[in-house]
Design a binder for this molecule. Sequence first.
Ligand code: ADP
Length: 306
Amino acid sequence: MAGRLLSIGECMVELMQAEGDLLRKGYAGDSFNTAYYARLFLPEDWSVDYFTAVGTDTVSDEMLAFIEKTGVGTGYIRRIEGRTPGLYMIHLKDGERSFSYWRSVSAAKLLADDADHLRKAAEASDILVFSGITLAILAPNAVETLLLELRRAKAAGKLVVFDPNIRPRLWDDNTRMLETISAGARASSLVMPSFDDEATHFGDADVAATITRYRSLGVENVVVKDGAKGVTLSFGGGASEFVPSAKVEKIVDTTSAGDSFNGAFLARYAADGDPVAAARFAAQTAAAVIQHHGALVARDKLEALF
Ligand code: ADP
């Protein structure tokens, strides 16, 4: 059955060390990465759109052209005069990655400022995806505008998908961070957290505690990702099921492991409604993605998954 997926958040310009001081430019961001993998694996009769705001400058034009080329729709992306996309740089030292960010005045921070536009996009969609990073970059009143729309979508029976992706450096206040993440979960029908983050910030003793906490917030479906171990699913109030991770001989770059898992999971789940089969496929996808460099692995390197 055909449908429409909308992913909401910030895509940034990525600068990566190429050779010496030479830098290579790319584009990435958790919610966009998820849209990219959902597009790769969803049937042709599904559309995938990205919802964000960019500027009117050249790098914004280039980012939109890049997004279009991946098959993700840009029709809902607003352009804001005088703003530019956020930017980050990856530093590689002795195999370890670290990041610098320039995103404090990015266009994407205004993504929820046009409530009518947001409503149109939400009403046109069947699956809505957002993350804790989407919430972290918004001003408090914009968080409210977005969550109001997501609650409406959930009440209308749509699949509202939230990856808490807890990033303390994006929040100036720990209490507000935890409250806003919980509010994001309440607006959702499927939450896909990473256990490490949840244990660190919410103090969950084990995966079962993460599931119980989100279910108590009114989340019907939870998929807890736990790195190399696997994922635990609790769907529709049924018993939890464990799906192990796929074996990986040599990890090359773990960037986008969680995002690729989410995108692949949603693509399969949308197509056939079987969460366990979707988790198995998503585990294979994430395992393949971390054996390549970069957040967005090209389709021809993932041929074995098709
Ligand atoms: P995040 O990248 O969001 O922190 P995780 O580290 O939990 O998320 O990883 C997401 C998914 O990626 C896991 O559920 C698993 O399928 C896969 N994955 C991550 N690390 C490994 C690993 N070492 N071996 C195999 N699969 C892995």
